[in-house]
Design a protein around this ligand. Sequence first.
Ligand code: PGA
Length: 251
Amino acid sequence: MKKTYKGMTIYVMDDYEQMSEKAASFIVAQVMIKPESVLGLATGSTPEGMYKSLVQRYKAHDVDFSETTTFNLDEYYPIEAANEQSYYSYMYRNFFDHVNVPKDRIHIPDGQAEDVEAFCASYDAAINEEIIDLQILGIGNNGHIGFNEPDIRFETGTHRVTLDEETIEANARFFQSVDEVPKEALSMGIRNIMHSKKIVLIANGKGKAQAVHEMIFGDVTPQLPASILQLHNDVTVILDQEAASEIINKL
Ligand code: PGA
């Protein structure tokens, strides 16, 4: 099912596999139209299927990333790149080790940056110079995008963030225990995300249904950071049935 609401294009797919294939298709189309595309990439469990599909399509010669540049949304802080829970490790394990994005065009926030302010400024400068053509987003149970957590104001540029208890608990499943989840992160800000030409947000599972509902039907508020997407002019939301369960009868 495809609907348009408040300018957002919303796809409700049958299941996680279809959601993943659809999201991968947006990337393939983007890179086909513009091989030198700048992609904004996300981590977490949601996009794993999308990366799997992209790797398959790359191996089938359906897509070529040799001219592509990438910027990842976020990274824990502090964390060593070699830690298998770092988003650096995630990206290589799920995607970069299997495709031909040139290594010198891959940008991931540095979880070991000594001078965090200088690092954030340089990440912002690099993004501003390139302009992201297509930004992939997940959404947190609390409505975060990247690691822009609910707050009293929108953070604009790349910044250091204290993770919400809800986020730490949600991400504990990837670690041995909740105590091992880093308490902070580096994240692109809302301006970086909103500056992207096109945004594709993906979500699956019941746990995301309420945040998806508020993102689309709620007020635009930093308390639900994803709600800012209502103000972007090219947003596509791709959901499975469960993530769409709170909105399906309202579209
Ligand atoms: P998840 O995280 O894909 O692991 O659910 C999404 C997010 O927090 O943005």
